[in-house]
Design a protein around this ligand. Structure first.
Ligand code: SF4
Ligand code: SF4
Length: 223
């Protein structure tokens, strides 16, 4: 799932300064799971904002709403009446949700309340790690289910780089070397021979970010 964290409180306060009535829109999906912007965390942020503004004698009225998924236009549209009653929206969804609101409500200023970080996995309660960079040409079948693009600091397709030491990455010593993990798991699976196959350079211009914003069109689903 997409992982995000709340922006610094002072930064949010600063860009809401000109307004006295806003909508704080959460999202019931990814940001709820990582406690950045679901209903509960949105309510905590709203309370903190109200108190901070009360303290400086400039009260802020906040309407709270948390659509199931802010990145889907039909859920975003549920906010239409409320958006019409406020001066601005603080969206505590990922950047996709912010942009969905911006597209659906072109006359309204939409502010991001979180920093969207990565697609990751929950590795322990309250700990999330990056796992996929949506490269558009998955090679996990060749790398024992461990992604070198997301997890190797140099994004090597044929590692390791030579800087790995005691299983840790030379770029960040507290991080496991992705290629050590790939080697260990390949060995445990009896698949070490796979690592002798050279993974060719990706055609980054085809379905990667380097070719501009990507698009999926399913003709069978269009109405
Ligand atoms: S190889 Fe590409 S699609 Fe597969 S997990 Fe890594 S970044 Fe994601
Ligand atoms: S030490 Fe491992 S994870 Fe770090 S850059 Fe080299 S191959 Fe990649």
């Amino acid at each position: 799932m997409i992982k995000a964290e709340q922006k610094p409180f002072e930064e949010i306060l600063e860009y809401l300064a000109p307004y006295n009535k806003i909508l704080l829109s959460g999202c019931g999906a990814c940001v709820t799971v990582c406690h950045a912007g679901g209903e509960k965390d949105g309510a905590l942020l709203a309370s903190a904002l109200r108190m901070a503004r009360q303290k400086i004698g400039k009260p802020l009225e906040i309407i709270e709403s948390t659509p199931a998924r802010q990145c889907e236009p039909e859920f975003a549209q549920e906010l239409a009446d409320t958006v019409g009653q406020v001066q601005a929206v603080l969206s505590v969804s990922c950047g996709v949700g912010v942009q969905t609101l911006a597209r659906n409500f072109p006359a309204t200023q939409i502010f991001p309340g979180v920093n969207t970080l990565f697609m990751g996995e929950t590795v322990a309660h309250g700990v999330w790690e990056e796992r996929c960079q949506a490269c558009g040409d998955c090679i996990l079948e060749k790398t024992a289910g461990i992604c070198p693009i997301a997890r190797c600091a140099k994004q090597l397709l044929n590692g390791p780089c030579g800087g790995s030491s005691n299983g840790k990455c030379e770029i960040k010593r507290e991080t496991d070397c992705a290629w050590q993990l790939i080697f260990d798991r390949s060995k445990a699976l009896g698949q070490l021979h796979r690592l002798t196959e050279i993974i060719p350079a990706k055609q980054w211009g085809v379905q990667s970010r380097d070719s501009g914003p990507r698009r999926i069109v399913r003709e069978d689903l269009k109405v």
